[in-house]
Write a protein that binds this ligand. Structure first.
Ligand code: FVH
Length: 293
């Protein structure tokens, strides 16, 4: 009996590290014919057992399909892997973390070699791949028509969010969110350090941290509104003068607890500079202007 189920797009995946392997499993599980290549061949074995076709070279893997996804360590490894590959008529989707400039350069490099290019920034860790309720997704930017052509296939492992025709925008969104995460985790490290030598169980303290950070995250849209209006005094509930005074308490507490304040002081110094520039009644938003050179 004939069915109207559309054929699953066949594709190539370069890179079977932790993330590449997770991606590969979802495409295989969803019935997509998949050709894989990895520099260290032994990593292809489990996937071959699950139905993947293994290519001996990256160039061979690229030749096997029109849609080629790269998920390698860094920009240099993508260029190295693709050195001998013929990209004529290929749709290259790069899910390797890189900078915006690297993505733009890779887009030009791909176009010069006859291919189309889409860059992706993965906002997920491997256990979130193939788990729709995990909230994971990939930022995509570059060719809109390439994104539209392959969106269904790209959405198999995790969600998709297209952020514009500039091939650097996916990396920029990715790195901006990762940078915010880094700041958050530095604060979390400092908080745990403060309680480390006390009779406070980290397991009991952790939910308090999560609750507080979640509540504070609701202030982010207010920062965005101030940036767009240019007025950093609108809707201020905690002004800079008060917060800089409070920083002295934070620093003194760190000293009392025998904890280095090195993660805290760079941000506090910027707050103090903004205050010294005469912005006592603003929020912390003005710090952003000090950062942009
Ligand atoms: N894992 C994560 O939590 C994050 C989540 C967000 C996105 N990142 C980015 O995804 C890219 C791949 O990450 P990964 O987790 O798969 O990384 P590894 O497990 O370390 O695997 C690296 C693969 O890259 C291959 N490789 C390295 N150098 C080269 C090279 N010069 N030529 C060809 N391939 C290379 C490596 O091959 P091998 O060591 O097995 O031979 C792995 O396949 C990455 O951009 C993250 O930032 C992951």
């Amino acid at each position: 009996m004939e069915t109207n189920t559309p054929a699953k797009t066949s594709l190539t995946l370069l890179g079977l590290g932790a993330m590449g392997t997770a991606l590969a499993r979802t495409w295989l599980g969803a019935g997509h014919p998949l050709t894989v290549w990895n520099r260290t061949a032994s990593r292809t074995e489990p996937l071959a057992a699950e139905g993947a076709t293994v290519a001996g070279t990256a160039a061979g893997a690229v030749a096997a399909n029109d849609l080629v996804v790269a998920c390698l360590l860094d920009d240099a490894s993508v260029r190295e892997a693709l050195t001998d590959a013929d990209l004529t008529g290929k749709d290259l989707v790069n899910l390797t973390t890189g900078t915006p400039a690297q993505a733009r350069s890779l887009a030009r490099w791909t176009r010069e070699r006859g291919g189309r290019f889409l860059d992706g920034g993965i906002m997920a860790i491997p256990p979130m791949i193939g788990v729709p309720e995990s909230g994971g997704y990939v930022f995509y930017s570059g060719s809109r028509s390439l994104f539209d052509t392959h969106q269904r296939t790209l959405a198999v492992p995790t969600g998709t969010r297209y952020v514009g025709g500039d091939p650097g925008f996916a990396a920029l969104h990715d790195v901006a969110l990762l940078s915010a995460m880094t700041g958050m985790f530095s604060g979390v490290a400092h908080a745990f350090a403060l309680i480390r030598r006390e009779e406070i169980a980290p397991k009991e303290f952790a939910p308090l941290l999560v609750e507080w950070l979640t509540a504070m995250a609701t202030l982010v849209p207010g920062t965005a509104a101030q940036l767009e209006s240019g007025d950093y005094t609108v809707g201020v509930s905690s002004n800079l003068a008060m917060m800089v005074a409070g920083n002295a308490t934070l620093l003194r507490t760190a000293e009392e607890q025998g904890v280095s304040a090195e993660l805290m002081t760079p941000y506090m110094e910027l707050m103090a500079r903004r205050l010294a520039d005469g912005h006592a009644d603003e929020s912390e938003t003005g710090v952003i202007d000090l950062l942009v050179r």
